[in-house]
Design a protein around this ligand. Sequence first.
Ligand code: TMP
Ligand code: ASP
Length: 234
Amino acid sequence: MKRLEKLYEGKAKVIFKTDNPDLVIQYFKDDATAFDGVKKDTVNGKGVANNSISSKLFELMKKNGIETHYEEKLSDNEMLVKRVEIIQTETIVRNISAGSFCRRYGFDEGVEFEAPTVEFSYKSDEYHDPLMCDDHIRVMGLATEDEIFQMRTMALKINQILQTFFDSIGITVVDFKVEFGRYKGRIILADEISPDTCRFWDKVTKKKLDKDRFRYDLGDVEETYAEMMKRIGD
Ligand code: TMP
Ligand code: ASP
């Protein structure tokens, strides 16, 4: 599939047109940003790792009945995906307290929740991805009540699938963010699932195996992306 003109460039990926109007190429960059783009750097090998990891995890989703935009991995950095209309909310599932949950509420990190939580935020660097309740998503016209229900239901199912898989390779799924898109009247999983968009902790050593190593200068950033690609199985 030939790469045509650039359609969109985000902080970590670029989307290119193809000669099929229903399909686009998602290119994973080595660029890393944090805090709404304030911190910026290059992480060698991140694009290759995230493309490989996302491909595997999208295949895992498909096997377990979650429809995704994933078609096939085209090269080290490129993935062929369905062209969707991205819903401008991020859906976040948390199993253990970390990140903005702790910052926002002054809550300790590492507390396991009785049941997973689902929250939505507005996809906007300008406004710092603020939390959104269902009614605000609806009045902003970002998604309908039925779409919100579907996103919440799918996110919880994705959580179960991820937990089962990562448990088998000795990793705890602390939390993650997913994005959904509209495709031919359906809501499907889009974007990526990678150490950029999830928090993963090693079950034994408790080592953080995700983008928090970059966000908080914890060291071993490149090594961690490479290790995750290996553990997930390339
Ligand atoms: P948070 O604790 O900072 O709200 O992050 C929750 C999860 O969402 C975590 O797994 C990292 C992921 N995430 C993104 O994918 N993109 C973002 O812009 C942010 C802030 C978090
Ligand atoms: N991707 C986000 C940004 O650069 C933040 C993050 O992942 O922490 O703005």
